[in-house]
Design a protein around this ligand. Structure first.
Ligand code: PRP
Length: 192
């Protein structure tokens, strides 16, 4: 972790660098690759936040020594935060999967788990469709405000109890494209 001041003075500090994130994704890819060695795998990215992690993870799995026989990437889009920094507590399905999940090996890929409601909702939704295997992969685990217990099969990095942006995570749709995880300066969202 290192401190920095960039992006027009809005970033308080850099929490995880691009390299640290890439390293964590490589580790997740190795774990998933060996668990599903020789089997077909469906990576289900949760939009919008998991946009980058699922694409980087899919490419990292393609380079692991032991890997699935095939990897297909699909997306599901849900939202519970809207443009707020706090979850509404209600998860809304905005776009369903394009692929059928029944009988497939599915890994739900999330950028972050915070109160756990989104992952709980998705695990139930996908689980009802009877996949052959269902696992969860989360890049940033923020465990301080869980409202429900969720099973995390693959976890990348621990996230501090701060409002964070970057690598898919947004504040009012901004900052998703930062290649690192960052804490915003408080003034950015103080007027809420
Ligand atoms: C974020 C994030 C997760 C969810 C995690 O999504 O991408 O999907 O919140 O939070 P939880 O564990 O407290 O439920 P958000 O609803 O902000 O939508 P987005 O992915 O489009 O940014």
């Amino acid at each position: 972790m290192k401190a920095t001041q960039t992006y027009s003075g809005t970033i308080e500090r850099e929490i995880y660098t691009r390299e640290e994130i890439a390293h964590a994704i490589d580790r997740l890819a190795s774990e998933i690759g060996s668990d599903f060695a020789g089997q077909p795998l469906l990576l289900l990215g949760v939009l919008k936040g998991a946009l980058y992690v699922v694409t980087d993870l899919a490419r990292a799995i393609a380079q692991t020594a032991v890997r699935p026989s095939e990897v297909i990437v699909d997306y599901i889009c849900v939202s519970s935060y809207g443009n707020e920094t706090r979850s509404s507590g209600e998860v809304r399905l905005l776009k369903d999967t394009a692929e059928t999940v029944t009988g497939r090996n599915v890994v739900i890929v999330e950028d972050i788990v915070d109160n756990g409601l989104t992952l709980e909702y998705l695990s139930a939704l996908i689980g009802e469709r009877k996949p052959a295997a269902l696992r969860t992969c989360v890049l940033f685990d923020k465990p301080y405000h869980r409202r429900v217990g969720v099973r995390l099969d693959y976890t990348g990095l621990s996230c501090p109890d701060e409002f964070v942006v970057g690598y898919g995570l947004d504040y009012q749709e901004l900052f998703r494209n930062l290649p690192y995880l960052a804490q915003l300066q408080p003034w950015v969202f103080q007027s809420e």
